[in-house]
Design a protein. Structure first.
Lengths: 188, 161
């Protein structure tokens, strides 16, 4: 395991194309799902997906293997989204990341032809999908990281650059909101 | 049963999933859920919500990995092509500094001689000597700025449209 990490660090430092190809294959689903959850838009998630891997190539030497690779990867992806959002919207970072202030970390979908909804189309998932769509992106993000990625609270806090208490608070609120939405039948 | 007990149970149901609970809390919650149908339903609803969340699958866009791999390889080639240029620049800067240090006394005397011959104030030719030393750094900084301009930050930040 430690050897694997060492090889990964070395491969990233050397910008080894084979290592990067393997990583892209290995993490494509998880990264894309994460980006889709936080942007709510397929095309944007796809663009950010590619930009994230370009960043991984360029900044690979900064990964020291102390933490899980996926946490580092998600941090890069998240920062790209926030940078883009900040430039686009010129709103404060706090307002974007905190759903309690306004809409929170939700990119306005100008195109609207390919939202999260179009992507999660399985019949059996309709209700969950509708409920997820109604959740603020910051809640979707923590729920995904905690219950799908099964990350620890400190890892989530590191990705979001927020205190653990904030992560917990978002998780409690997010879970509560999801439960409520599911019980109420999701989107009306 | 008081509302306080139900509220505690509700808190523990969420806490168990989010941050974990102690053995004592687990025992208390287990006991409470066996006795209280309402709270047991809430626990079941939470469990169901999480199960549903885990079942959501996201289909990947076609060839996403392949397209990304291609772009990453192109960028890697671009970066690789720049490396020899950078090595050359640093080598030239180093050589320039060494040459500057070795010739400093001669430059000093030369500038002093020109200064006296042309009658310019001492401060002017002494500043000229300072500029002579800064030339490699100025050249390196100019190249760095040009490189930075080539790789526009807008591509990273504004890329996804």
């Amino acid at each position: 395991m430690a050897d694997d990490k060492k090889l990964l660090v070395q491969g990233l430092r050397q910008r080894n194309p084979e290592v990067l190809d393997r990583l892209i294959e290995q993490y494509q689903y998880r990264l894309f799902r994460y980006l889709l959850y936080i942007t709510g838009n397929t095309e944007r998630a796809e663009d950010f997906f590619q930009e994230t891997w370009i960043r991984v190539l360029e900044r690979g030497h900064q990964y020291d293997g102390k933490f899980k690779f996926e946490a580092w990867l998600f941090t890069i992806a998240r920062n790209l989204v926030i940078d883009w959002q900040r430039q686009k919207k010129a709103v404060s970072l706090d307002a974007m990341t905190d759903p309690e202030e306004g809409k929170g970390f939700e990119i306005v979908d100008e195109k609207a032809e390919s939202p999260l909804q179009l992507f999660l189309q399985s019949e059996s998932q309709d209700r969950v999908q509708a409920s997820l769509e109604q959740l603020p992106a910051a809640y979707r993000e923590v729920l995904l990281l905690r219950f799908q990625e099964e990350m620890q609270l400190d890892e989530i806090a590191r990705i979001q650059a927020t205190p653990i208490s904030t992560v917990k608070s978002r998780l409690y609120r997010g879970l509560d909101a999801l439960k409520g939405l599911l019980a109420g039948g999701g989107a009306q | 049963m008081t509302n306080k007990l139900h509220a505690r149970a509700e808190t523990l149901i969420a806490k168990e999933r989010i941050e974990g609970i102690s053995t004592a809390e687990q025992e208390w919650l287990g006991q409470h859920l066996r006795e209280c149908t309402q709270c047991a339903e809430r626990a079941s609803a939470t469990q169901q919500a999480l199960r549903s969340l885990r079942t959501v699958s996201v289909p990947l866009p076609r060839e996403l990995a392949a397209r990304t791999q291609f772009r990453v390889r192109l960028r890697a080639q671009e970066l690789q092509a720049r490396e020899p240029r950078w090595r050359l620049i640093w080598a030239m800067c180093g050589a320039s500094w060494v040459a500057g240090a070795a010739t400093a006394p001669y430059v000093w005397h030369g500038l002093e001689w020109i200064g006296h011959r042309t009658g310019m104030p001492d401060i002017v030719w002494k500043m000229g000597f300072g500029v002579w030393w800064a030339v490699p750094a100025i050249v390196a900084a100019a190249i760095l700025l040009m490189e930075g301009g080539e790789r526009s930050p807008a591509r990273d930040v504004d890329g996804p449209a």
